[in-house]
Design a protein around this ligand. Structure first.
Ligand code: DOR
Ligand code: ZN
Length: 342
């Protein structure tokens, strides 16, 4: 039995680090376990321009503990007002991606375009030309909640054909249908998968009592969908890489207002080690968390390394008012070294 696993320090290609006091609280968790993180722009106010992104990156860096060698990577949020010039300016200051949130589909998305047709003409052309990645929250507006991801795929298919050089990431896959669509599209289309969609189904959310801490968008779905996601990430196919979608909300917002989002930054790697081991694919964890995403985003692979060891730890119930994934449960793997988290 493998007792320890030494892998390159991972990257998280989809995380919410928020702003203000919440940012200060959660950023060190991501900085401790990840070399780089692509930070989502659905803050309040949102990150819309090159200037917003530069300021946000500075705020994130100042919240990262000294000596952790953590690099936040920025995104802008696409709205109906985004122009080709805002895209070009963002690319010029090093923004890596622009995020498409369909209207009302998740936290702070009420101002979103309804679909990709709603974007200004020229925006996607400018993204393709300036090599900005299109990150998509792939859920169709106005559709029954469990069918939204599947319903979005035909629209995306059209764009994949029209923009053959645009790099597209379907974020937080939650269905077998989306896995198969991504597998069928060319290499410029990839996907992130979260730890929580690998370990939760709809049963965890509403199968017995309502459990708001398992609530996220897209909603975790069936056992068959979960199996397809596990197969995708453990297959060694470079199209699937880690985006944790760690999305902290205060306990009160989750329990009283039903906010969507799961905080998994402190436990993501431990949970993933367990999923990969159970699938007999522990040897493929390193590529999923530290190689395929970097390659897709055309970033150098990381040189720092981390070590996971087989040592059971109980995940805390709460981190100063934020409930993590697997709160109160035993995880079979833990991290050695610089991890002041448990
Ligand atoms: O559950 C989610 N929470 N899904 C998202 O897409 C956004 C996120 C958030 O920002 O809270
Ligand atoms: Zn997200």
């Amino acid at each position: 039995m493998i007792e320890s696993l030494n892998i390159p320090k991972p990257d998280d290609f989809h995380v919410h680090l928020r702003q203000g006091s919440l940012l200060k609280l959660v950023t060190p968790f991501t900085a401790a376990h990840f070399s780089r993180a692509l930070v989502m722009p659905n803050t309040e106010p949102p990150i819309l321009t090159a200037r917003d992104a530069v300021n946000y990156a500075a705020e994130l860096r100042s919240a990262s503990p000294q000596g952790m060698n953590f690099q936040p990577l920025t995104t802008i949020k696409l709205t109906k007002l985004t122009t080709n010039v805002s895209v070009e300016n963002a690319a010029a200051v090093g923004v890596l991606a622009a995020k498409f949130y369909p209207q009302g589909m998740t936290t702070n998305a009420s101002d979103g375009p309804v679909n990709l047709h709603d974007l200004q003409p020229g925006v996607l052309d400018a993204m393709q030309e300036s090599d900005l990645v299109l990150c998509v929250h792939a859920e169709a507006v106005g559709v029954f909640c469990l069918d939204r991801e599947i319903a979005f795929l035909p629209e995306l298919d059209e764009y994949v054909r029209v923009f053959p050089r645009l790099r597209i990431v379907l974020e937080h896959l939650s269905t077998r249908g989306a896995v198969e669509a991504v597998e069928g599209w060319p290499a410029n289309v990839a996907a992130t998968v979260t730890p929580h969609h690998l370990v939760l189904t709809l049963d965890d959310l509403i199968g017995s009592e309502l459990h708001p801490h398992s609530f996220c968008k897209p909603v975790p779905k069936t056992l068959d969908d979960q199996r397809a996601l596990i197969r995708a990430v453990t297959s060694g196919k470079p199209k699937f890489f880690l985006g944790t979608d760690s999305a902290p909300h205060w306990r009160t917002a989750k329990e009283e207002s039903g906010a969507a989002g799961i905080f998994n930054a402190p436990v993501a790697l431990q949970v993933l080690a367990q999923v990969f081991e159970d699938a007999g694919a522990l040897g493929r964890l390193g590529d999923f968390v530290a190689a395929f995403g970097a390659d897709f985003y055309r970033l150098p692979r990381n040189r720092d390394r981390i070590e996971l060891v087989r040592r059971s730890v109980r995940i805390p119930n709460d981190y100063e008012g934020i409930v993590p994934l697997w709160a109160g449960r035993e995880a079979r793997w833990s991290l050695t070294g610089q991890t002041p988290l448990q």
